[in-house]
Each structure stands twice: as C-alpha cells, then as structure tokens.
Design a binder for this molecule. Structure first.
Ligand SMILES: [Zn+2]
Length: 60
C-alpha cells in the first residue's frame, strides 16, 4: 500500500480537462485535495475516489 503525503506529485488515470494528468497533493486524510500542476485547478476527493483516480506517484 502506497502512502501519500502532502507535496507528492501523483498521476491520475484520466487527465484533467486542461490535458495535464499530474497533480500535487495539498491535503491528505478523509478527504484529499489535489492541485493540477498545469492550470492550478484544485479539486477535493474522498479517500475512496482519490485511490481510484490515482495511478502512481509521479517523479518530480
Ligand atoms: Zn488542469
């Protein structure tokens, strides 16, 4: 099981509307807050949705 931490960059299975699929984790816990690294858009996901959406930790 991978542990995610604030500041990690992750890759999602589906890219954001702007075409970028790399996000920075801004908050972890019951809810996850992710910021798109390209356009800066912020989304909140439940832990369950986060783990379904994320493919891997991206290399910085
Ligand atoms: Zn974006």
């Amino acid at each position: 099981m991978i542990t995610y931490q604030v500041g990690d960059n992750v890759t999602t299975r589906k890219p954001h509307a702007c075409g970028c699929s790399t996000w920075t984790i801004m908050r972890t816990g019951a809810d996850y807050k992710l910021q798109c690294t390209k356009c800066g858009h912020v989304v909140m996901l439940t832990s369950e949705k986060f783990h379904k959406a994320v493919k891997q930790i991206a290399t910085k």
